[in-house]
Design a binder for this molecule. Structure first.
Ligand code: UDP
Length: 328
């Protein structure tokens, strides 16, 4: 039995990771400051003896008694609406939080993994994105607080690896979806599904020709798990290469949800990447991993989850407004 610290444990991916490590028979120490996470994602784990939760902000000194085998740093706001609302916290958790947790990993001689992101490629000029691509990021744009924090996080992790010999892993996560996504996080999947359930038209930003490649959360967790268990210390893309334009995706959602809503067009947010598709050659070769869940099946399961939310939860969704940023 291993002892694992997971930060961002009450979040979407963090909570699925907790489930996975508990299912593997390990002990999980979950940490979250609940700014964007929600205890309802992990409340089913509270009765377990092998599960402990700390309500803690990792940008402050982190103390965990006892041994730790793995530290998985998954705490961070992770949607454009969050970067606008809490930009400083986004920078701090990627920079100061990562530094604190690296110190803890060094002290405990634990393997350390960070949740990096396709956002480090920015609005990519290389397609699909390989791990060797350095990216095209606007440091001072609305997404810069996330992109640069994550780039710094990769740098400091590699510095601890090289300078202190720390055992490290870097996963670059591409758009991931599934149950427990936050309905009001402004991301396209909860946005479209919430709109369909409320009987509103689907808001496509720009002309909808921008692309994304969506990975179902079970596949993502499997990829992350395999990378952690491997001995590969350089970044690995984990995502689903099946790419679609946002306009075609909106049409798929209309079909799936069986609504008679229409598509309406809104201005494209600043620095919204035009295309995104992971090259997963490395994950295939090194981890023997590739996604198994197709978009139709994954979206169906995800819609079931959103359908299960209360009317109250459905109504409190806020709308994403980038107008102020577009003016600057
Ligand atoms: N998007 C959209 N309508 C919405 C929300 C998002 O057309 O109501 C677009 C957004 O502009 C982007 C894509 O969907 O091009 C994916 O957005 P998301 O925020 O999910 O993720 P990211 O841009 O970080 O990949």
């Amino acid at each position: 039995m291993k002892r694992i610290l997971i930060t961002g444990a009450a979040g979407f991916i963090g909570s699925h990771l907790c489930d996975r490590f508990i299912a593997e028979g390990h002990e999980v120490i979950a940490m979250d400051n609940l700014i964007t996470g929600d205890l309802k994602n992990i409340k089913h784990l509270f009765p377990l003896e092998r599960f402990t939760f700390y309500n803690h902000d990792v940008t402050n000194f982190v103390y965990v008694p006892g041994k730790l085998d793995y530290i998985l740093h998954f705490a961070s706001p992770a949607s454009p609406i969050d970067y606008l609302k809490i930009p400083i916290q986004t920078l701090k958790v990627g920079a100061l939080g990562t530094h604190n947790l690296l110190g803890l990993a060094k002290e405990k001689k634990a393997r350390f993994m960070i949740a990096s992101t396709s956002e480090i490629y920015g609005d990519p000029l290389v397609h699909p994105q390989t791990e060797e691509y350095y990216g095209n990021v606007n440091t001072i744009g609305p997404r810069g607080v996330y992109d640069e924090a994550k780039r710094f996080q990769e740098s400091i992790t590699m510095a601890y690896h090289r300078f202190h010999g720390l055992d490290t892993r870097i996963v670059r996560i591409f758009n991931t979806y599934g149950p427990r996504m936050r309905l009001n996080d402004g991301r396209v999947i909860p946005a479209f599904m919430g709109q369909a359930l409320r009987g509103e038209d689907l808001t496509v930003f720009g002309d909808g020709s921008q692309t994304r490649s969506f990975c179902y959360v079970d596949d993502e967790i499997e990829g992350i798990y395999r990378l952690l268990m491997s001995d590969y210390t350089h970044p690995v893309n984990i995502g689903n290469p099946n790419e679609i334009t946002i306009k075609d995706f909106a049409e798929e959602i209309i079909k799936l949800t069986g609504t008679d809503q229409k598509i309406i067009y809104k201005p494209l947010p600043k620095d919204d990447p035009m295309q995104r598709q992971p090259d997963i050659t490395k994950a295939k070769e090194i981890l023997g991993w590739e996604p198994k869940v197709g978009r139709e099946e994954g979206m169906r399961k995800t819609f079931e989850f959103f359908k299960g939310l209360s009317t109250e939860e459905l109504e409190k969704t806020e709308h994403r407004d980038f107008t102020a940023h577009n003016k600057k």
